[in-house]
Design a protein around this ligand. Structure first.
Ligand code: PRP
Ligand code: URA
Length: 209
């Protein structure tokens, strides 16, 4: 599947097993999600463009590469995506942060938007959309739709766990977007939860319900 990257590094797989465990508490869950975001981000950002700048070392002047262009935009899908933001800003401290507020209707499982704000000029930035879960794909498709409506062009999406159904839907709706996934699970249950998954990511990060 071109444009889909499964990040099966042993450290990512190990940490995903820890967050799946229902006995992993909020504090540990939050730390692990952030660590997974660092590991995934490190690989997902390997094609960031570089430019040469002049640097003077204690020995002599030289040209040396730095990240080029407008600052990266990290865009979490609220709420659960917030848990991955610090992982990306650990790697790119100068990144700007946008927010997309979506919740799934418990009956229809369709996403509803309640808040959206993106850093300007969004069209010139590399955008990294983050959300731990890609289930039906409704939220991710709506989030990418919104970013594109506002002019976003260079979009990468990062999910810790994905269902095949959501992956298919997102790829078909947005074939130009690069999708990074920690693990592809078996599928969805009748409540559109990922199996085996990890439960409700937002509740586990924020200690709600
Ligand atoms: C979760 C998750 C995704 C969405 C995935 O959010 O963080 O955004 O569900 O499901 P989908 O692929 O079927 O759209 P949720 O709607 O539970 O909101 P929350 O993060 O505020 O708990
Ligand atoms: N959202 C979650 O947080 N978990 C799922 O399994 C599906 C959607």
């Amino acid at each position: 599947m071109e444009n889909v990257f499964i990040m099966d590094h042993p450290l990512i797989q190990h940490k995903i097993s820890l967050i799946r465990d229902k006995s992993t508490g909020t504090n540990e869950f939050r730390k692990l999600i952030e660590e997974i975001a660092v590991l995934m981000g490190f690989e997902a950002l390997r094609d960031l463009p570089l430019e040469e700048v002049d640097v003077e070392t204690p020995i002599e002047k030289c040209k040396s590469p730095v990240i080029a262009g407008k600052k990266l935009a990290v865009v979490p899908v609220l709420r659960a995506g917030l848990g991955m933001v610090n992982g990306i800003t650990t790697l790119v401290p100068s990144a700007k942060i946008g927010h997309i507020g979506l919740y799934r209707d418990p009956e229809t499982h369709e996403p509803h938007e309640y808040y959206c704000k993106l850093p300007d000029p969004i069209e010139q930035r590399q955008i990294v959309l983050v959300d731990p879960m890609l289930a039906t794909g409704g939220s991710a498709v709506a989030a990418v739709d919104f970013i594109k409506q506002h002019g976003g062009k260079k979009i990468k999406c990062m999910f810790v766990i994905a269902a095949p159904e959501g992956l298919k839907r997102l790829r078909e709706a947005h074939p130009d977007v690069q999708i990074y996934v920690g693990h592809v699970d078996r599928g969805l249950n009748e409540n559109a939860y990922i199996c085996p998954g990890l439960g409700d990511a937002g509740d586990r990060i924020f200690g709600t319900r």
